[in-house]
Design a binder for this molecule. Structure first.
Ligand code: FES
Ligand code: FES
Length: 168
């Protein structure tokens, strides 16, 4: 019995402002495409059923769980992963605040948390604590207890709004 080679599809996608063109199987998940095909391992794999948020990335500016998206669905679209946030050697304010506010321990959830927070702040630049907790509800952290994560997002919101953060 012969097994047929899986059919592949051309995917042209912009990731972190760089254009890629790859042949992928129709069933390949975006998270596996990013990590294994493109080598962007900052996007983490957790539950692979849409529950934990570790795989969160931006797709055309909106956060998605990349374990719930097929790579072929990203064809012609733009993806941002955690690797795309640094600018000229400087971390994004959200990356800075997660460090300064101790918003991470093992760091497994952190890329997804930051991309989800980025989406939240784009839609709501001055979120309340409730807004932040609601916005991050789909992202699970096993380590921090969430308080530091919420503080990190509040601090980044303040920095991005041009104000001096209250570091008390
Ligand atoms: S790995 Fe995608 S939500 Fe958990
Ligand atoms: S820092 Fe470890 S899972 Fe969030």
């Amino acid at each position: 019995m012969t097994s047929e080679a899986p059919v592949k599809h051309a995917v042209r996608v912009q990731v972190n402002e760089r254009q890629y063109e790859e042949e992928v199987e129709g069933r390949r998940l975006l998270v596996h495409f990013l990590r294994e095909t493109l080598g962007l391992t900052g996007t983490h794999v957790g539950c692979v059923v849409g529950e934990c948020g570790a795989c969160s990335v931006l797709l055309d500016g909106s956060v998605v769980k990349s374990c719930l998206v097929l790579a072929v669905q990203a064809d012609g679209r733009a993806v941002v992963t955690i690797e795309g946030l640094e600018r000229n050697g400087s971390l994004h304010p959200l990356q800075e605040s997660f460090v300064s506010r101790y918003g991470l321990q093992c760091g497994y959830c952190t890329p997804g948390m930051i991309l989800t927070a980025l989406d939240l702040l784009a839609r709501n630049p001055r979120p309340t604590e409730d807004d932040i907790r609601h916005g991050l509800a789909g992202n699970l952290c096993m380590c921090t207890g969430y308080m530091q994560i919420v503080e990190a997002v509040r601090e980044a919101a303040t920095v991005l709004a041009g104000a001096t953060p209250d570091l008390a």
